[in-house]
Design a protein around this ligand. Structure first.
Ligand SMILES: [Zn+2]
Length: 66
């Protein structure tokens, strides 16, 4: 594991009552696929909002925006 490696991202779906961890580079596709297959394309499943915030900060930091 290197410093560049991003952690698995928790995806929560309130409808299915599930919480799954997905690799960072697959999380967008996974959420999309889940919503398309199980919720007719509605955005029900999403990245855990708390994690999203932390991640946004971290990415901004990496990019030198902070
Ligand atoms: Zn779902």
């Amino acid at each position: 594991m290197t410093d560049d490696e991003l952690p698995d991202i928790p995806v929560i779906c309130t409808d299915c009552d599930t919480r799954t961890k997905v690799a960072f580079d697959e999380v967008e596709a996974a959420v999309e696929r889940h919503n398309e297959q199980l919720h007719d394309g509605e955005t029900v499943a999403q990245v855990d909002p708390e994690v999203m915030e932390v991640l946004a900060d971290r990415v901004a930091e990496d990019l030198g925006l902070l």
